[in-house]
Design a protein around this ligand. Structure first.
Ligand code: CP3
Length: 379
């Protein structure tokens, strides 16, 4: 028996899988995912005109939703949720049902990448991530492997496949990874920090060692994001959460060049979003990247950024704290934001992840206001 199996992406254009069993017995099985019923996010990312502005929230799958907290309370912890594909898929889809957003983001964490490379993390209740071992020496860096996505991150890929089946084309699925600098910051520091001074020390004291680690993270991330796309992600986002603590020259040397490598490695038909929190000085550089969308945090004024980024799409950028206001205030702040971005090449979002103590009713006001008001901007 000879079995010819081509890559999913390779045959996606033909929508077929071919299995040929000589001498004259072969089957053709279609296995393409259903067409997207709502592709607003992808069209906006590609810069096309849309009937209204698409909207989703960073950290939409999580503690703002009572159904997330109920499921989470039954489990041993965060990692069980992340590592059980059926459960990860369930919480990925919760905000689609509860909030009616225009995209799902796969429930996982950026810290699965260092773990796949050989550095285990713990998620400490009410405190956040902790790496019991950290990267200190050249030997530590040498011990880190370039991870194989199927072997070391197969649970995320399986969660993507399960989610895609369950979504049945309702909305696009966003894949993601941390930017290499942000991942290095956690691997060297071992936990969250205001200054990340151990990680930043390495950039001054041992720049070559930092580059060695960044190269390994970048190679892992490229393979991982490509595998997410193979598994069904329609768009990918790179989170550089700790961009803003680097001086601009270090940002170019240690972060944006690796982000550029990731963008260049992605398939041409998959939009990439780069969200570098706090790196307002890097916007013109991002405009040169082969990415489609640039995420803005709430410190940036979209009216100032727009002329600097050519035909790129912008994502963001309501202050997450604006959702603590009254519904009327949320509505007014959302309208002001939409006016600043204008009708096209905008994906509405917050300027960072939604805070866990946000009232979901206000999140709904934000989403509904984007949908209603942005449609009137086209009229
Ligand atoms: O809804 C989504 O956006 C998808 C899921 C997602 C999580 N983490 C789940 C999560 C995504 C995209 C992330 C990315 C992530 N993780 C980033 C980049 C984005 C950002 O916020 O800047 C970073 C820096 C991390 C690392 C991380 N994970 C921290 C610092 C923490 C603790 C603080 C916090 O926000 O709770 C986590 C834990 C985490 N990741 C939770 C969730 C839902 C909370 C865990 C819980 O259920 O107790």
């Amino acid at each position: 028996m000879v079995s010819l199996t081509f890559g999913w992406r390779h045959l996606r254009s033909q929508n077929i899988k071919l299995t040929i069993s000589p001498p004259h017995n072969f089957t053709i099985r279609t296995f393409a995912p259903p067409m997207l019923k709502n592709d607003l996010l992808l069209r906006a990312a590609r810069g096309e005109e849309t009937e209204r502005t698409p909207v989703w929230l960073m950290r939409q799958a999580g503690r703002i939703l009572p159904e997330y907290r109920a499921l989470r309370a039954r489990l041993s912890g965060f990692k069980e949720l992340v590592e059980t594909p059926d459960l990860a898929a369930e919480v990925t889809i919760q905000p689609i049902d509860a909030l009616d957003v225009d995209a799902a983001i796969i429930f996982s964490d950026i810290l699965v990448v260092p773990e796949a490379m050989g550095l285990t993390y713990e998620m400490v209740e009410a405190r956040g991530p902790l790496f019991p071992e950290t990267i200190k020496t050249a030997q530590d860096v040498a011990r880190m492997r370039v991870a194989d996505p199927e072997e070391h991150l197969g649970y995320v890929l399986e969660a993507i496949r399960v989610t895609k089946r369950a979504l049945n084309g309702r909305v696009p699925l966003i894949g993601f990874a941390g930017a290499p600098w942000t991942i290095l910051a956690y691997m060297v520091e071992g936990h969250g920090s205001k200054t990340f001074s151990k990680a930043r020390r390495m950039l001054y004291a041992e720049p070559e060692l930092a580059h060695e680690l960044l190269r390994k993270i970048t190679a892992t991330t490229i393979a991982y994001l490509k595998a997410q796309v193979e598994a069904g992600a329609n768009i990918v986002q790179v989170f550089d959460s700790w961009a803003g603590i680097l001086p601009p020259a270090h940002y170019q040397e240690f972060s944006s060049r690796y982000i550029a490598e990731i963008c260049r490695a992605m398939p041409a038909d998959i939009p990439v979003t780069v969200f570098a929190k706090g790196a307002f000085w890097a916007v013109e550089e991002f405009a040169q990247l082969p990415c489609r969308t640039i995420g803005l945090d709430w410190n940036q004024d979209p009216r100032a950024v727009r002329p600097l980024v050519g035909d790129k799409t912008l994502q963001g950028n309501l202050d997450p704290c604006a959702l603590y206001g009254t519904p009327e205030q949320v509505r007014a702040a959302t309208i002001a934001m939409l006016d600043q971005f204008g009708p096209y090449r905008h994906i509405a979002n917050l300027g960072h992840g939604v805070y866990p103590d946000t009232n979901p009713d206000n999140v709904k006001v934000f989403i509904e206001t984007v949908k209603e008001y942005s449609a009137t901007l086209r009229a």
